[in-house]
Design a protein around this ligand. Structure first.
Ligand code: NAI
Length: 274
């Protein structure tokens, strides 16, 4: 514990259950002295798991569908009221693609669902910043982080239209990062995380193989949700005040590896077994 977020106020989206990356970030933010509200889509509350997190963090939950401008406005107003001031950090940890969920083939996508995936997983990030800017809820030097995946840069067939959604999300971070940087020295970044066993993660076809491959392709091994929480806390802290408009790989070295000994060994073992 370093008290890195002492005196800071924020909003954490996307904690669905204890596997969620946002769940770990909330616990870590609390440990580091932050005060924040939690939010998720009204439909996600039905499971009731998030109540346990709110209790642990001594905070409230404000339901908000991240595609709804009215819900986001209400989220900011209630958060400011509850926390007693403007915000220093926001976590966007939201993703969903109906085409992925329903295992639609990439050559047979439903375009209404495609647009929905982009609205939920990418435009919601723009909406959160636009509404926040209009309501003037951010403090100077605030830090805004969204979670993303390397399928925005490279093709992972089962990731389907979420790859396009993540590319849009990362582009929004650059464009809005410029705007908020100029006006209030606010940082906007995306963190590109290793495959992580969560509800959203395991919804992608072939997830286990995917995760094993990524682990073998990363000299440091896959980054866990806890590791991700540590990294995101550093981005919310004052130690990273000049980092903005970046897509930051948090993946144990996966994104820079061509091949690794672990992969060679695996193929060798298969050759021997032939
Ligand atoms: P998760 O399933 O625990 O979290 C996704 C969250 O999005 C859920 O809490 C869900 O309720 C919320 N959500 C969906 N539609 C919403 C809406 N309309 N309004 C508000 N919230 C909504 O899974 P995870 O993995 O923690 O996902 C968090 C973020 O991390 C996502 O952006 C995901 O794409 C990203 N990510 C996940 C990786 C993985 O392998 N699990 C790898 C890299 C990035």
């Amino acid at each position: 514990m370093y008290n890195l977020l002492k005196g800071k106020r924020g909003i954490i989206t996307g904690a669905l259950d204890e596997n969620s990356i946002a769940w770990k970030i909330a616990l870590k933010a609390k440990e580091e002295g932050a005060e924040f509200t939690l939010t998720n889509a009204p439909i996600a509350m039905r499971m009731g798991e998030i109540n346990k997190l709110a209790e642990k963090c001594g905070t409230i939950i404000i339901p908000a569908d991240a595609t709804s401008l009215e819900d986001i406005e209400n989220l900011y107003k209630k958060s400011e009221e509850h926390l007693g001031g403007k915000l220093d950090f926001v976590l966007h940890s939201i993703g969903m693609s109906p085409n992925v969920r329903k295992k639609k083939d990439y050559g047979d996508l439903n375009y209404e669902w495609f647009l929905k995936a982009i609205d939920i997983s990418a435009l919601s990030f723009h909406k959160m910043m636009q509404v926040g800017e209009k309501l003037d809820v951010f403090n100077d030097h605030a830090s805004i982080v969204a979670l993303t995946y390397i399928a925005a840069q490279r093709t992972f067939p089962d990731y389907s239209d979420m790859a396009q959604a993540k590319a849009v999300l990362e582009s929004i971070a650059r464009s809005y990062g410029y705007r908020l940087g100029k006006s209030k020295k606010i940082r906007v970044n995306t963190v590109s995380q290793s495959p992580t066993p969560t509800t959203a993660g395991t919804g992608v076809g072939g997830f286990d193989i995917f995760m094993d491959y990524a682990d073998k392709m990363s000299p440091l091994g896959n980054a866990t949700a806890e590791d991700c929480a540590d990294y995101v806390i550093s981005l919310f802290s004052d130690l990273t005040r000049k980092v903005t408009m970046q897509n930051l790989y948090h993946d144990g070295g996966f994104s820079s590896s061509g091949i690794t000994d672990a992969i060679i060994e695996k193929f060798k073992a298969e050759e021997v077994g032939k």
